[in-house]
Ligand binder design. Structure first.
Ligand code: GLA
Length: 385
C-alpha cells in the first residue's frame, strides 16, 4: 500500500514515526475547462489517485522534505523561504510562504511524500501537494484553517510563489471532493454543490498521452490575456461585465464586431463552456450519462478548434476513442497541450477499450499509452499516526 511505503520512507529518513499521514487526491474535470479564471462554473471530482504525505513537527525552524518518487530531498529554513532551483520543493515552500505572509507561526516540519498521480498529465498533482501540505500543517500546528482557507492559500502559493497563474478549481476539487460525486463550483462566489455520480454501467478511463504540458504556462497565460482583452472590449456595453461569466452568449454574438476574431473565438468557447456546466448538472440529475458524454464531446470540439489548447497526440486519442461504440464521451482534461484524455466508457468494455487504445497509440506514435480506470474519491483526508 502506498501510504505504508511513504510512512516507511519517513521512518527511514527521519528515524521516527510520522505524526500524521495525509492523503491528497488528484482530480478530473467533467466539464468547465478554462472557465475558473473567467469567474465561471466548473464540474471536477477528486479521484482515487493521490499524493501521500507523512509529516511530523520540528522545533528548530528547519524544513526537511523528502520526495520518495524522485529520490530527492530538500532542506531549508523557515526564516528564509526562497524559491528552490529543484522545482518540486516550491509547491511545499509556496504554501509555507503564504502562511508566513498571513502571520501564521509554525516551528519547522519533516515531510516525506510520494504518490500515484501522474505528473504533468493534467490531473493536478501540484494542487494535491499544496492542499495536502496545508491540511497537514493545519493539523500539526492547530492552525484552525477552514477547508476554504486551505483552498485559497493553496491557490495563492501556486500563483505567487510557484508563479503559475492558475485558477482555483484544482485545489478546490482536491480539498472538497466527495466519493462517487462531482462538485459544481461557482468560481466567482465560491459556492459549491455536490452531485452524485451513479455510474454503474459506465466508468471513467484516463488515457495518458505522456506528452508533458511544458508549454502550458506560457500558452495558459496567453489564453488568460485573450479572455481579459475580451472583457475589456465588452465592458463598455455594461459596467456589470467584470469577467466572461457576466457575458451571456447572445450578448457576445451581438457584439462580435467589437472583438478581434481570435479573441471572439476564445470568448465564445468560454461562454459556451460555462453554459455546458449547467447542462451537465441537469444531465447528472436525470441520470442521463449519454447527454453528459455528448456535452464532453462538445467541450472537446471547443478545446480543439475554439480555444486551441490540445495537441496531435490527445486529438488522436479522442478520435480513436470516439470510433469505439463503448465510448460515449472523450476529451482532453486539464490545462492542455498534452496530458490525459478523459473517457466515459461502458464499464464492461473498459479493458477491451484500453487494449485497443494502447495498440492504436503505439502504432501511430511508437509510444506507450498508459491508461487508468479512476473512481471518484473523497477530498484530502488526515490520518493521525
Ligand atoms: C489548469 C489550472 C486550472 C484550470 C485548468 C483548465 O489545471 O490549474 O485552474 O484553469 O487548467 O480548466
Amino acid at each position: 500500500m502506498l501510504e505504508q511505503t511513504i510512512a516507511t520512507h519517513y521512518r527511514e529518513q527521519f528515524g521516527s514515526d510520522p505524526e500524521i499521514l495525509v492523503r491528497a487526491p488528484g482530480r478530473i474535470n467533467l466539464i468547465g475547462e478554462h472557465t475558473d479564471y473567467n469567474g465561471g462554473l466548473v464540474l471536477p471530482a477528486a479521484i482515487d489517485k493521490a499524493i501521500w504525505l507523512a509529516m511530523g513537527r520540528r522545533n528548530d525552524n528547519l524544513l526537511e522534505f523528502k520526495s520518495f518518487d524522485l529520490r530527492d530531498e530538500y532542506s531549508g529554513n523557515l526564516k528564509s523561504v526562497s524559491k528552490s532551483e529543484k522545482g518540486w520543493p516550491n509547491y511545499l515552500l509556496g504554501v509555507i510562504s503564504e502562511l508566513k505572509n498571513d502571520g501564521v507561526e509554525i516551528t519547522g516540519v519533516n515531510v516525506a511524500f510520494g504518490g500515484d498521480i501522474p505528473i504533468g498529465a493534467g490531473l493536478s498533482s501540484s494542487a494535491a501537494l499544496e492542499s495536502g501540505m496545508l491540511s497537514g500543517l493545519n493539523q500539526l500546528f492547530d492552525l484552525e484553517l477552514s477547508k476554504m482557507d486551505i483552498v485559497k492559500l493553496a491557490q495563492r502559493g501556486e500563483n505567487r510563489f510557484v508563479g503559475m497563474n492558475c485558477g482555483i478549481m484544482d485545489m478546490f476539487a482536491s480539498v472538497m471532493g466527495r466519493a462517487e460525486s462531482v462538485v459544481r463550483i461557482d468560481c466567482r462566489s465560491l459556492e459549491y454543490e455536490h452531485f452524485p455520480f451513479h455510474a454503474t454501467d459506465y466508468c471513467f478511463v484516463l488515457c495518458d498521452s505522456g506528452v508533458k504540458h511544458a508549454l502550458v504556462d506560457s500558452e495558459y497565460n496567453t489564453r488568460r490575456r485573450e479572455c481579459e482583452e475580451g472583457v475589456q472590449l465588452l465592458r463598455p456595453i455594461s459596467p456589470n461585465i467584470q469577467t466572461l461569466r457576466d457575458v451571456p452568449l447572445s450578448v457576445l454574438l451581438e457584439n462580435r464586431e467589437r472583438l478581434p476574431p481570435l479573441v471572439f473565438q476564445r470568448c465564445k468557447y468560454v461562454v459556451e463552456e460555462i453554459e455546458r456546466v449547467l447542462a451537465a448538472c441537469n444531465a447528472l440529475k436525470n441520470d442521463d450519462l449519454k447527454q453528459l458524454g455528448e456535452l464532453m464531446n462538445q467541450t472537446s470540439e471547443g478545446l480543439r478548434h475554439g480555444y486551441e489548447v490540445t495537441c496531435p497526440e490527445t486529438d488522436f486519442l479522442v478520435d480513436k476513442a470516439m470510433e469505439q461504440e463503448a465510448v460515449i464521451g472523450s476529451r482532453q482534461v486539464g490545462g492542455g497541450f498534452g496530458g490525459c484524455t478523459l473517457n466515459l466508457v461502458m464499464a464492461r468494455e473498459s479493458h477491451h477499450f484500453i487494449k485497443n487504445m494502447e495498440a492504436e497509440y503505439q502504432q501511430q506514435f511508437d509510444r506507450r499509452l498508459v491508461c487508468h480506470i479512476v473512481n471518484l474519491a473523497d477530498g484530502v483526508e488526515i490520518m493521525v499516526g
